[in-house]
Every structure is written in structure tokens, then in C-alpha cells.
Design a protein around this ligand. Structure first.
Ligand SMILES: Cc1cc2nc3c(=O)[nH]c(=O)nc-3n(C[C@H](O)[C@H](O)[C@H](O)COP(=O)(O)OP(=O)(O)OC[C@H]3O[C@@H](n4cnc5c(N)ncnc54)[C@H](O)[C@@H]3O)c2cc1C
Length: 387
């Protein structure tokens, strides 16, 4: 591993830090206010765009910052340190659809969509999962038939985050049911206001409606919206997923590090499990806090190593799955620790953030590939275990 910052990179850090300090919005919309979150996220994206900070990892020719891997690392560290807004409703556009269009889209698709994503004008959602196609994505059944210059789509998606506030969807459909499973799939840009689309919100454990089911009843999409070739969608989808664990993930790690520091402070101010003494005076709480700090440091070291490798080889390695798995399980361990420290305050609702974090954290080992699937990838590609 070799992480050293040059003078130019330190100057980049100073510029990023100064801009973030001056521009990060201090108030945030409530979690339950989806329409408010949409407007807030788009306005924040526009602000970054106008200052030249939108799409730090996107190439300059497509309007991005064209930052090197080291600069991206610095940006996301500073981003999290400044407590800048977590990328949520704009995530799919910036980290999935945009990079996929850059890699596989036509000139017309790039010209139409990339500027709108960067300028914070549109929200995208992801229509990959179906009731019987989650981990086993290649078994997806939503059908699309070519009629003239259009695809006619019929079927159902599920767990589509932000479906009800999105303009566009990256949609996977089966266009050749006779072909082997991984063939005969097509990646298409679906306008969410097309006639025949019905969205039914799903209520999550926290009572929010962040995702929903999407039903397609004879939805007509122009063939020019196909990204890559007809029946070549699996290759395009693998490109999409490869962008998911980009450098943006780093800011989540830095946030977790800060969260552990906040827990140390909290444990110094609330009574311990036996009552009376401070929580931090309890040996077991102190041991778990120390372990959490060490584990966050270990994860950062793994990430630095991975970025340093990618910077030299130009290829993200299979260790991304190790880091992702470690992160998701660590988040959950830290959430349980936070509940144990906050104790009755969580139940009595005086510290709602800890309870909410515990509930939303349960999804960490499911979304974007479950922990079991990550273990399969590690066993297969890293350890060379037999299938
Ligand atoms: C917060 C959140 C947001 C999401 N947003 C979106 C979105 O916007 N768009 C979208 O398309 N999807 C989204 N998803 C769906 C997500 O991609 C799927 O939930 C995930 O891929 C798992 O699929 P599944 O839920 O069908 O579970 P299943 O695949 O049915 O898995 C059920 C259980 O079986 C285990 N399992 C399955 N196969 C194997 C195997 N081969 N080996 C070992 N164990 C296995 C799994 O680990 C799991 O424990 C989201 C999910 C969450 C939690």
C-alpha cells in the first residue's frame, strides 16, 4: 500500500475543505418528507454543479470533475468530515445510470441525460429486483416485446428505492425468453411517467416509504432508449453494478468513524447498564468501543490498500466485496452497541437517531447484494473455493 499526498493533492484538499465549510447546508428535511428530500438533494446537487464539484469521478468531457482516485478519496473524506448531505435520492443517477451511460450509452443518450443528472434536474431509480429475482438477478421475468420502434413492457419490480419521486428508471427486462438466462436481457431507460406504470409504496420498519413495487402493464418505451444492444443487458447491468461500490463509499466509512467518536462521548455522559456509574466505566462497553474504533481503522486501511491497488492497476479488485461485507456487519455491531449505551433513552424516544440508525442499518446486509452473496463472491473469486 502506498498512500502519500502530493502538494497538488494537499492544495486540492484545502480547496475542497474551504468550499464545503462555506456551502454545506445546515438544516435537513425530515426523513418522512420524501418530496422535501427530493428538492433538497437536487438543490444541493445544483450547488455542487455550479461550483464545479458535481460528479467528481465523472470524466471532464461529460461535465464531471475528472478527479484522480486520490483526489476522489480526499473529496469524500472532506465531504464526510464537513457533514455534507448523504447522497440518497440522487444516488442512482450519479453512481449507476450516469456512469453506465458514459460506458455503454449512445451519443444521443449521453447528451440528453448526463447534463440533467449532473445539474440536479432529475432523479433516477433502479428497476432490477423482482419478487423472485433478487440475489439471483438473472432469473428476472419482466417481459418486453418489440413492436415496431417500441418495447412493450409487462411485469413487476420490487424494492425500487425512490420510485415515486423519480423521472427515469434503469430497467432490466427479458427480451428473449428462449435464450439462456444471462442472455436475452435488455437494459432500458424507462420514463416513470409512461402510461401503464403503477407504483405502490412499501412501508419500511421506520414507517417511511423510501421504496415501492412497480407494475408495468403494456408500457411502451422507444427502442432508442435501449442502452447497449437488445439482449445484451446482462453485460450492461454488470457495468452498472461495478460502479456501485465506487469511491463514494468512503464518505460512509468516515461518517462511521465519527459516529464511534460520538458514542464515546455519549458513553461518558449516560449511566451504565447497571445504573449509577457512567456507561464508559463499564468494562464491557469500554472494550466494545475500543474494538469498534480498531475495526473502523482496519476498514479504512483495507480501503486505502484497495484504492492504492486500483490506482496502480486501473482495475477494482475482488477485495471490494471483503470491504463491503466487513462494513455492513460492522455498522450493525456499532448500531447494537449504540443501543446498549443509550439504553432507555432509545425506548423513551429521547434519542430517536440511534433507534432509527439501528432499524435502517438492518438493510446494510441485504441491499446491493446480501452478506451471503458477498461471502460467495469472496469464496469464489478470492479464496478459490470450489462452488
Ligand atoms: C434498503 C434497500 C434498498 C433497495 N433498493 C433497490 C432498488 O432501488 N432497486 C432494486 O432493484 N433493488 C433494490 N433492493 C433490493 C436488493 O437488491 C435485494 O433485496 C437483494 O438483492 C436481495 O434479494 P432478495 O431480497 O430477493 O432476497 P433473496 O435473494 O430471496 O435472498 C433471501 C435470503 O437467501 C440468501 N441467499 C440467496 N441466494 C443465496 C446463495 N446463492 N447463497 C447463499 N445465500 C443465498 C440471501 O443472502 C438472503 O438471506 C433494495 C434492498 C434494500 C434492503
Amino acid at each position: 500500500m502506498e498512500i502519500r499526498f502530493s502538494l497538488a493533492e494537499e492544495a486540492f484538499r484545502a480547496e475542497a475543505r474551504a468550499w464545503l465549510e462555506a456551502n454545506v447546508p445546515r438544516t435537513r428535511p425530515a426523513r418522512a418528507d420524501l418530496a422535501g428530500r427530493r428538492e433538497f438533494d437536487l438543490a444541493w446537487q445544483r450547488r455542487m454543479f455550479e461550483a464545479g464539484w458535481a460528479g467528481v469521478s465523472w470524466p471532464r468531457e461529460f461535465g464531471g470533475r475528472g478527479a484522480s482516485l486520490m483526489e476522489q478519496l480526499i473529496w469524500y473524506e472532506e465531504y464526510a468530515r464537513a457533514d455534507a448531505p448523504e447522497i440518497q435520492t440522487t444516488f442512482v443517477g450519479l453512481n449507476h445510470a450516469g456512469p453506465t451511460l458514459i460506458a455503454c450509452g449512445t451519443e444521443a443518450q449521453k447528451a440528453e441525460h448526463l447534463p440533467r443528472i449532473l445539474r440536479g434536474e432529475v432523479i433516477w431509480c433502479q428497476g432490477f429486483s423482482e419478487p423472485n429475482a433478487g440475489s439471483d438477478l438473472a432469473s428476472l421475468q419482466t417481459r418486453a416485446v418489440v413492436e415496431g420502434e417500441e418495447l412493450v413492457v409487462t411485469g413487476q419490480k420490487i424494492w425500487t428505492s425512490f420510485a415515486n419521486i423519480a423521472e427515469f428508471q434503469e430497467l432490466l427486462v427479458r427480451t428473449d425468453p428462449q435464450a439462456p438466462r444471462h442472455k436475452g436481457i435488455t437494459w432500458v431507460i424507462c420514463p416513470m411517467d409512461a402510461p401503464g406504470i403503477e407504483i405502490r409504496p412499501i412501508t419500511t420498519l421506520t414507517g417511511d416509504h423510501d421504496f415501492g413495487e412497480v407494475f408495468y402493464d403494456g408500457v411502451r418505451i422507444p427502442l432508442e432508449n435501449v442502452v447497449g444492444q437488445l439482449n445484451d443487458g446482462w453485460r450492461v447491468a454488470m457495468a452498472t453494478l461495478s460502479f456501485e461500490r465506487g469511491t463514494a463509499f468512503l464518505s460512509q466509512q468516515v461518517r462511521l468513524e465519527r459516529h464511534v467518536d460520538e458514542l464515546v462521548a455519549l458513553a461518558s455522559s449516560v449511566p451504565g447498564p447497571e445504573g449509577g456509574r457512567r456507561a464508559i466505566d463499564d468494562d464491557e462497553i469500554a472494550r466494545r468501543l475500543a474494538l469498534a474504533r480498531a475495526e473502523v481503522d482496519a476498514m479504512r486501511a483495507m480501503t486505502y490498500r484497495s484504492i492504492s491497488l486500483a490506482a496502480r492497476t486501473g482495475m477494482p479488485g475482488a477485495e471490494a466485496s471483503i470491504i463491503r461485507l466487513f462494513f455492513s456487519e460492522l455498522v450493525q455491531r456499532i448500531d447494537v452497541l449504540a443501543m446498549d449505551i443509550a439504553g432507555a433513552a432509545v425506548v423513551e424516544g429521547t434519542d430517536g437517531r440511534i433507534g432509527e440508525s439501528y432499524l435502517t442499518g438492518l438493510a446494510q446486509t441485504i441491499g446491493g447484494g446480501t452478506k451471503d452473496i458477498q461471502r460467495n463472491i469472496i469464496g469464489d473469486r478470492f479464496l478459490g473455493l470450489p462452488r
